[in-house]
Design a protein around this ligand. Structure first.
Ligand SMILES: Cc1cc2nc3c(=O)[nH]c(=O)nc-3n(C[C@H](O)[C@H](O)[C@H](O)COP(=O)(O)O)c2cc1C
Length: 325
């Protein structure tokens, strides 16, 4: 829930954050429509999808749209990825003009095309480079610079505590920890003990992340680790109510309909009528996942081309289908 008072829960540098749970940055998902929706339902701040510094400097791959935000989303965090300190600074100085509250460096992406060039989780193999990046960025930027890490490259080279200390020693204002190694990608279990080790090792705030599926998990991760905030990734897709403290099974069909249509309308406005519904399908698939539906009805909904057909089918589904969760 949004805090009844405006008393900050913690600070990132001088930026106050009110609330403890927030939407994870997710490529292809944490765009303006979804971030805004989660923020309205209680997510404490907004991380953009990551952007490549090369793309920032060459203005390619939709960078402008990925970094578009509403003032009501603040605090807004722009997340960048790269492995070259000088280029990252050049990109950051350019991004500063767009008014983010915080700049975050991705050190968690496990995609091969990014780690192969030493960026994303690839950086975890070169701690000296991480130090150089943070030293360079924090020396020149007034806004807080933060990092999102994994536990290490693989089990044999877990270095989360070392990396978190490097971030702190080089001016970072927060570290977010996804409790898996790069080798785990998104499988296996997130190690909350390791997040607790980071929290015990640094004075800057720590956000814990990994395997939070219910509102209770948010409290459990905080209790287990002492972390300041909790990021929710996959479990928020199709279930933004997690930020309002609601179990998915508690959300009435009428509220599901209202939020889905609000989300769809925001997607149509942001991406245009042609792409908005197509891009909404991956969200819709998750929104309807708790319902027992025939394959035929599910396919008709997820392939509808006109928003009005989608809405009519959705009404059929929400009125007729028993919820399975
Ligand atoms: C589709 C998808 C896209 C993601 N994109 C990003 C990203 O752009 N930046 C980032 O730091 N993490 C990204 N992540 C990782 C999530 O932020 C998060 O660390 C991870 O999913 C673990 O949290 P969860 O168990 O709550 O999903 C992505 C994850 C998914 C599933």
């Amino acid at each position: 829930m949004l805090s009844a008072t405006n008393t900050p829960s913690f600070h990132i540098g001088s930026v106050p954050v009110t609330g403890r749970a927030l939407l994870s940055p997710m490529d292809g998902f944490s765009d303006l429509p979804f971030r805004g929706l989660c923020r309205r339902l209680g997510s404490a701040m907004s991380y953009t999808e990551f952007v490549s510094c090369i793309d920032v400097l060459t203005d390619r791959h939709d960078v402008g749209r990925r970094l578009t935000y509403e003032p009501s989303e603040r605090p807004v965090v722009f997340q960048i990825f790269d492995d070259d300190p000088a280029r990252m600074l050049e990109a950051a100085l350019r991004l500063r003009d767009l008014g983010p509250d915080i700049l975050d460096v991705n050190m968690g992406c496990s995609a091969r095309n990014i780690t192969a060039r030493g960026a994303g989780a690839g950086l975890l193999q070169t701690p000296a480079r991480i130090a150089a990046i943070f030293k360079t960025l924090t020396a020149r930027l007034e806004l807080p610079v933060t990092g999102k890490i994994r536990l290490g490259w693989d089990d044999a080279s877990r270095n989360h505590v070392e990396v978190a200390r490097i971030l702190e020693d080089n001016g970072a204002a927060l570290v977010a920890v996804h409790g898996r190694t790069k080798a785990q990608a998104y499988g296996g279990r997130a190690d909350w003990d390791a997040i607790a080790e980071v929290k015990a090792a640094v004075r800057i705030p720590v956000i814990g992340n990994g395997d939070v599926r219910t509102p209770d998990d948010i409290g459990r991760l905080r209790e287990h680790t002492g972390c300041d905030g909790v990021m929710v990734g996959r479990a928020a897709i199709g279930n933004p109510w997690i930020f309002a403290g609601l179990e998915r099974a508690e959300v009435p069909g009428e509220e599901v309909r209202r939020v889905m249509l609000e989300h769809l309308a925001a997607m149509l406005a942001f991406y245009g009528p042609e792409h908005g519904l197509v891009l909404f399908r991956k969200h819709a698939k998750q929104y309807i996942s708790p319902y027992l539906l025939s394959n035929e009805l599910r396919t008709r909904l997820l392939t509808a081309v006109r928003p009005e057909d989608f809405t009519a089918l959705l009404d059929d589904i929400l009125q007729g289908a028993p919820q399975a969760v």
